[in-house]
Write a protein that binds this ligand. Structure first.
Ligand code: ADP
Ligand code: MG
Length: 679
């Protein structure tokens, strides 16, 4: 038999079992090796019955003294009185007709199970058992997750079979890599993860397997993303040209966090290394002004800069902000988007090519080949997970190794940022400017909906504006109890006769959306009902209420982003979460929102609740699941694996040498042929 054979090659695995195994993601014999135990049973040492403790998983070895049957037919109960030198315990099996003849009085057995002690009575219910003398050769036995049609015994048997083929495994890592990272061999790991001799063997095995998961994840990401930084030299921006003049003329002073991040950026710019830096910061932490300072330095050094935003709205906002901030600094700011007239576009492109526009702001229209700079020095993207790396690369190719800054307003736990942005250095603005108001967040149960909207009415009467977000655009037949934006729009317009209620959703044409946004911005629309399209970067300081309908349907990151739309002006702002709080997870999300406004804390919580697989739709990226690795816990291994991934791709970017053959094969197995082709 071969490890690569399909499971159906195993005697006794017919189409039915094969189908069931598929549910466990086991298709080939090799997959058994990577199908890890859910837990382990320790059959090494029996606990004296007299020392059993409530709630503990224990093994006992004792003589069956009494066999007591109860009940009738299939429902029969079997009670065994089991003793050793130290005491007696009861072993109970319910519905146990089939077990009646398994035990003989005065014989010695092993029982393994959870102990319960009630009123001094010691019981093991439905323990695993073996006749003494049958005790397994391995002291610690695997316990596998099951699916209908597959038993523990099945898996145990097939695992043994696969274990016999371990020597067919190829070790993907070189001896050097193993030594450098203090790893055991793959063969050792895949044996001991199933049948460990002791805890230390298991620990070493786990370590190796976690390392591999994180290593290949990062090799995959780095290669898919084609982002191993070239060794080519970047621009050296002169030290003498500082950002001081720009910073000093701001109407406020930078926070410590802003100043630190700006320093990190400037230091990068001044070396000949090509800067690749991610700036993370919560909504309102002041990322933009830091980016502006970097643009200032770029322009004053004789280069051009470019800033790309994911939507037209956000790009416009950046454009207006930049123009204001650069006033009096002799920095020309230009704008480019798909919806501009051909004439405007042509003019802008001409001025850009001549170098008369210093900073160009726009949407992904910026990546078109007609966009040519005279001397591009700094590329900034405002991402929020929206740009593919290819788009970013198309921009950087418009200059000669320009420096790159990536801004993201969705806080990501550090470990995850390392994975998502494998090759970027990370700066974090973890502090809000002083005096920022706290947004008051309150959860409303469905029954209290009316009082939430009363409050909206009061705020509108006082001259403020409100957002109301619904999860769907139109009414849905399949999703009962979920309100749509269209329904809500009608309801609210009826309810608030004095106010103007607008509607915004993702299926509207851009021009329509722009009109609505403009009206909301100007205050002629008082209540804006929308789907999550407003998630990205809208800034209306007079809006003080964010109502989220069916809040239980939104992820934490999304809720946090939505809340960030208010609290932008001088009025106290509110976030009202309307929900039915159905599941534990949704309840926990909502209580997290109510209790904290710290984006990083929320992101950590989000990661914990959803798991890395779903975090930011990871799965959609086609990333392999992490079975053992836990991004929240294995930070150190993650960083170590990252170093190794970088070293590997730096040494052999296309993984073509003999040394990397195993790594190449594994990468293809996990990510597909395309991943490696694109390296
Ligand atoms: P972000 O892009 O991180 O969401 P912005 O850069 O848009 O945040 O900043 C939000 C607001 O805070 C802007 O109006 C900006 O002028 C202001 N701001 C930025 N930094 C400071 C600071 N250090 N002190 C006071 N206000 C600041
Ligand atoms: Mg540089």
């Amino acid at each position: 038999m071969n490890l690569k054979d399909a499971v159906s090659a195993i005697k006794g695995v017919g189409p039915k079992k094969a189908e069931a195994l598929k549910k466990l993601d086991i298709d080939s014999v090799e997959d058994f090796l990577y199908f890890y135990p859910r837990s382990y049973q320790d059959w090494r040492q029996a606990t004296p019955v007299g020392q059993l403790r409530d709630g503990e998983l224990s093994l006992i070895q004792g003589t069956v003294k009494l066999k007591i049957k109860g009940g009738y037919g299939k429902k029969q109960t079997l009670k065994l009185l089991v003793s050793d030198d130290s005491g007696s315990a009861e072993v109970v099996f319910f519905n146990a007709a089939y077990l009646l003849n398994k035990f003989e009085v005065e014989q010695v057995y092993f029982f393994y199970g959870k102990v319960s002690v009630e009123y001094g009575k010691v019981q093991l219910r439905h323990p695993e058992f073996l006749k003494s003398g049958q005790k397994p050769a391995y002291g610690i036995l695997p316990v596998y997750p099951l699916t209908r049609g597959i038993s523990q015994t099945d898996l145990y048997k097939w695992q043994h079979m696969a274990q016999h083929l371990l020597n067919q495994l190829e070790e993907p890592l070189s001896q050097q890599m193993l030594e450098r990272n203090k790893l055991c061999s793959l063969m050792y790991a895949l044996e001991n993860i199933h049948f460990p001799q002791d805890r230390n063997h298991l620990k070493a095995a786990k370590y190796r397997l976690v390392f591999d998961e994180l290593l290949f994840l990062q090799i995959g990401l780095l290669s898919v993303k084609n982002r191993i930084t070239s060794e080519e030299k970047g621009i050296v921006f002169p030290k003498e040209i500082t950002t001081e003049f720009f910073v000093n003329r701001l109407p406020y002073s930078l926070t410590e966090a802003q100043a630190r991040v700006l320093e990190e950026i400037e230091a990068d710019m001044e070396t000949d290394k090509v800067m690749n830096r991610l700036v993370q910061g919560d909504v309102g932490s002041g990322k933009t002004v830091v980016a502006e300072a970097a643009l200032y330095k770029t322009v004053k050094s004789g280069f051009q800069g470019v800033l790309m935003a994911p939507t037209e709205l956000l790009a416009k906002q950046h454009f207006n902000g930049l123009r204001e901030e650069f006033e009096g600094h002799e920095v020309e700011v230009g704008f480019l988007s798909g919806s501009m007239t051909a004439k405007n576009k042509r003019e802008t492109l001409e001025r850009l090519a001549e170098g008369n526009i210093h900073v160009l702001v726009g949407t992904h229209a910026l990546i078109q080949p007609t966009v040519q700079f005279k001397k591009l020095g700094l590329v900034i993207t405002d991402e929020q997970h929206r740009f593919g790396v290819n788009q970013r690369n198309l921009l950087t190719e418009k200059g000669q190794n320009p420096d790159v800054l990536v801004m993201t307003a969705t806080p990501i736990p550090r470990t995850l940022a390392v994975v998502l942005y494998g090759d970027l250095d990370i700066s974090v603005i973890d502090q809000l400017p002083p005096g920022r108001q706290q947004i008051i967040t309150q959860a409303f149960h469905k029954n209290n909906r009316a009082s939430a909207y009363n409050f909206v009415g009061q705020q509108v009467a006082e001259g403020r504006q409100a957002y109301v977000v619904a999860p769907l655009i139109e009414e849905s037949e399949t999703l009962e109890n979920v309100i749509s934006a269209e329904e809500l729009h009608q309801q609210l317009q009826k309810e608030f006769k004095e106010a103007k209620v607008g509607l915004l959703h993702g299926e509207m044409r851009q021009a329509e959306k722009d009109v609505i946004m403009e009206q909301f911005y100007e205050g002629t629309i008082h209540i804006l009902v929308s789907t999550v399209v407003i998630e990205v970067g809208i800034n209306v300081p007079n809006a003080t209420v964010m109502v989220i309908e069916n809040a239980e349907r939104f992820g934490l990151a999304q809720l946090h982003q939505l809340r960030g739309r208010v609290g932008r002006g001088r009025h106290q702002s509110y976030c009202l979460l309307l929900s039915k709080g159905e599941t534990e997870v949704s309840k926990e999300r909502i209580s997290t929102m109510v209790s904290t406004s710290d984006g990083f804390a929320i992101a950590e919580k989000d990661l914990a609740l959803r798991g890395p697989g779903e975090f930011f739709g990871f799965r959609q990226h086609g990333l392999p699941d992490l079975k053992l690795a836990d991004l929240g816990r294995h930070t150190k291994i993650l960083l170590q694996a990252r170093e190794e991934a970088r070293a590997i791709l730096q040494k052999d970017p296309k993984l073509l040498t003999e040394e990397m053959a195993g790594i190449r094969a594994k990468t293809i197995q996990l990510f597909g042929e395309n991943a490696v082709l694109s390296i």
